[in-house]
Design a protein around this ligand. Structure first.
Ligand SMILES: Cc1cc2nc3c(=O)[nH]c(=O)nc-3n(C[C@H](O)[C@H](O)[C@H](O)COP(=O)(O)OP(=O)(O)OC[C@H]3O[C@@H](n4cnc5c(N)ncnc54)[C@H](O)[C@@H]3O)c2cc1C
Length: 317
């Protein structure tokens, strides 16, 4: 069965039959908490304990009104204020949480406020890429704002057929691109259907971005793909100044993360927080669809914790 069909089935089951409280329980490791303070605390801890950097994201994809957008923009201004003098974190923003569904110009205005505040200390801001419905608008915004704000980056998804052309169109920009296979379920008329094809393109497009002197942030947990990208970066005569690696908070990859850090690369984790759980639900469902085994791990851990006292008692005897 193609990845599309499998993903549709998993998405249908999780979206329709899994109650919200279970989604939150199973997907907890992917979210830093319910406040800006908790996400900063997580980011600081990752930095001091493991040398891992972060990109902080406030989840908010169900945004419908300008009042809600304004609330989110204010929180992002607080995030900028809190970390603008720190080395350990950047910021990621979803176009839908900044009002792209309300009006593109309004979204640009909101982004400009954050970019202006962040540019005081050259704090990195990445505009996430959502489903293909938003690709044109997101790239249009990027092309418009990047020349003004060198600290501005965006994301390209290697599953989409259009991505090679989108990379070529970055010509003239000093672009900072997070390259990932992409998490949204797309139509087979516009996207590769096999993960192996998407990952081969991840390696190929890393090379293409480097050929055009753009900065590339390789976002994957797949070790084989990471090693292929590492070889390619080095064969291009490039290194930690031209590339970094990114992964999601909650995905256990300690060994390879440390290996990348030891080689001098920045290893950045995506550290999301949600002020209200309803804002986190879609993100968490996507993580569960990506890795339904999480539910099994969580249940095993829970039972482990419940039975731990009995096990200790037994040992004492
Ligand atoms: C920092 C970052 C930012 C991202 N931003 C975007 C974005 O803006 N737009 C977008 O469309 N997508 C984004 N993604 C999502 C990314 O495209 C998906 O996470 C993608 O499906 C992960 O695939 P992979 O390359 O890790 O390969 P996979 O084959 O999916 O994963 C490789 C292995 O990693 C492990 N793994 C992967 N995901 C999980 C998980 N959730 N839980 C536990 N184990 C897991 C599994 O063992 C799996 O076998 C981002 C990812 C990262 C890391």
């Amino acid at each position: 069965m193609s990845i599309q069909k499998v993903s549709y089935v998993k998405a249908f089951l999780i979206n329709n039959f899994m109650p919200g409280f279970l989604v939150r329980l199973f997907a907890k490791p992917y979210v830093a908490g319910d406040s800006l303070e908790k996400s900063i605390e997580t980011a600081r801890q990752l930095w001091t304990e493991k040398g891992i950097t972060s990109t902080i994201d406030m989840l908010g994809e169900e945004i419908q009104t300008k009042e809600e957008v304004e609330e989110i923009v204010q929180i992002y201004l607080d995030v900028v204020e809190a970390i603008k003098n720190e080395d350990f974190a950047t910021i990621s923003i979803k176009p839908t949480s900044f009002g792209i569904d309300i009006d593109k110009e309004y979204c640009i205005e909101n982004l400009r406020r954050i970019l202006t505040a962040a540019s005081e200390t050259n704090l990195g801001i990445t505009l996430d890429m959502e489903s293909s419905d938003y690709t044109d608008a997101t790239l249009e915004i990027y092309h418009k704002l990047q020349p003004e704000f060198p600290n501005f980056g965006t994301v390209l998804q290697t599953m989409l057929f259009r991505t090679e052309n989108d990379i070529l169109e970055l010509k003239g920009l000093d672009a900072h691109i997070r390259l990932c296979i992409g998490i949204y379920i797309e139509d087979k008329g516009i996207a590769y259907t096999k993960k192996s094809e998407m990952k081969a393109k991840l390696v190929e497009y890393t090379g293409l971005l480097l050929d055009h002197n753009h900065f590339v942030a390789v976002a994957t947990h797949d070790e084989k793909t990471i090693y292929s990208c590492l070889d390619l970066i080095e064969n291009h005569g490039k290194g930690p100044h031209e590339a970094e690696f990114q992964m999601l908070l909650g995905v256990p990859r300690d060994r390879i993360q440390q290996e990348l850090i030891n080689k001098g690369y920045t290893l950045r984790l995506y550290v999301p927080f949600a002020t209200e759980w309803k804002y986190a639900t879609n993100y968490l469902k996507r993580r569960l669809i990506e890795n339904p085994r999480l539910a099994i791990y969580t249940i095993r851990n829970l039972f482990g914790r419940i039975f731990q006292p009995f096990r200790r008692k037994k040992k004492k005897k």
